[in-house]
Design a protein around this ligand. Structure first.
Ligand code: PLP
Length: 389
């Protein structure tokens, strides 16, 4: 280790390199690459959203702006939630953030610091434990259980992991990478326990619109909770409206803590660029048709990859109830990092190694099926042939 690195703060120095990026860096130059390793679709942001940003720039809206978000966007967020959940919780609880990731950062900063613990079902998106550990808190994974008919969370097991140091439960439903989606009873059990123990809940609902079976959305704590409870809802424009590169999301929190949230925004990004907020506003107000098309495309993508992998006796997977990932294993292959590298070298299909999502993900690979049917047919055929070779 060089002196420069050694002299950095431990928590920063120890932050792990992303296990997904490691495989991407290894395989990105492969000819005929079909990249299914990152968490985004292949459609560019719809033009009507980009136009709203351009129009704002043309109006000269290039100055510092509202820390909590421009009022018109916060109201649109309230209207969107009213439409989705039938609850009018008002605009004051919405805070526009520079991505879902920043909403997680703020949520962590609000509730967990040195020595505090946060429990969460695992496999999980690795950015959550990393954000906790950078803040000096401890990430406590609780295994989801895999079976051919789906991943399940034993709520009692999660509750049993709560200690006097636990400050929060992080729940990502639908889940990246497993597609596990909490039902109302599970949400109720966790909320009941959080209430009893005075814990916060960080509810990461960024995939809530990507659910199978024609449902409009996944079950949410919003269905069963009061607006002033200890729940921080994390969300993003990235997935629903193909805006991953824009970096804009939102946090929904009890208005009572609004000034604290505003301060954390002030001392990190000092707010999201106004032209991006107008784009986000266009997405919320006019984006339902595009979102419906994305969901339809993901349903088709899932059908394509599961049909192809289902023909090999060696692929193990549960059909995910939500999000847009297939998390699958291959019989006899235990080292997911080595496996992902071999697969990209030998087939040109880019997959994320399960180990990147925690020890509980080892032996699995994550495939993002939010892509064109043509690409998915080609990738699935290559994988099927490789597995059966
Ligand atoms: C579970 C989960 N939460 C939050 C995010 C954050 O998304 P973004 O930072 O693009 O808004 C992602 C992105 O992959 C995710 O998978």
């Amino acid at each position: 280790m060089t002196d420069l690195i050694a002299s950095l703060r431990d928590e920063a120095r120890m932050a792990p390199e992303s296990g997904i990026v490691e495989v991407v860096s290894f395989g990105r130059e492969r000819a005929d690459l079909i990249p299914l390793w990152v968490g985004e679709g292949d459609l560019p942001t719809p033009e009507f959203i980009a136009r709203a940003a351009s129009a704002s720039l043309a109006r000269g809206e290039t100055f510092y702006t509202h820390q909590r978000g421009i009022p018109v966007l916060r109201q649109a967020l309230a209207d969107y939630h009213l439409h989705q959940f039938g609850k009018d919780w008002g605009a004051e609880r919405y805070f526009v953030t520079g991505s879902g990731m920043q909403a997680i950062q703020i949520a962590v900063r609000l509730v967990a610091g040195n020595g505090d613990e946060v429990v969460y079902p695992s496999p999980a998106w690795p950015n959550l434990p990393a954000a906790l550990e950078i803040a000096g808190a401890r990430a406590i994974p609780v295994p989801l259980t895999f079976a051919d008919d789906g991943w399940t969370l034993d709520a009692d097991r999660l509750i049993a992991a709560v200690t006097p140091r636990t400050r929060a439960i992080y729940l990502n439903s639908p889940s990246n990478p497993t597609g596990w989606t909490a039902d109302r009873d599970t949400l109720q059990a966790l909320l009941g326990e959080a209430r009893r123990r005075g814990l916060w809940i960080i509810a990461d609902e960024v995939y809530s619109r990507f659910v199978r079976g024609g449902l409009e959305r996944a079950p949410s704590f919003i269905d069963i909770a009061e607006p002033d409870e200890r729940i921080l809802y994390v969300n993003t424009f990235s997935k629903n409206w193909a805006m991953t590169g824009w970096r804009v999301g939102w946090l929904s929190a009890p208005p009572e803590i609004g000034q604290v949230v505003e301060n954390l925004i002030q001392y990190s990004t000092s707010g999201v660029a106004e032209f991006m907020q107008h784009a986000a506003h266009a997405a919320l107000t006019d984006g339902e048709a595009f979102l419906a098309e994305q969901v339809r495309r993901a349903d088709l993508g899932l059908e394509i990859v599961t049909t192809a992998l289902g023909t090999t006796a060696r692929a193990r997977f549960a059909v995910p109830r939500g999000a847009f990932y297939l998390f699958f294993g291959i019989e006899g292959e235990a080292d997911s990092r080595a496996l992902a590298k071999r697969i990209v070298s030998e087939t040109g299909v880019g997959l994320a190694p399960g180990i990147a999502f925690g020890a509980e993900g080892e032996g699995f690979l994550r495939l993002c099926f939010a892509r064109s049917p043509t690409d998915l047919h080609a990738a699935a055929a290559r994988l099927r042939d490789w597995i059966a070779r």
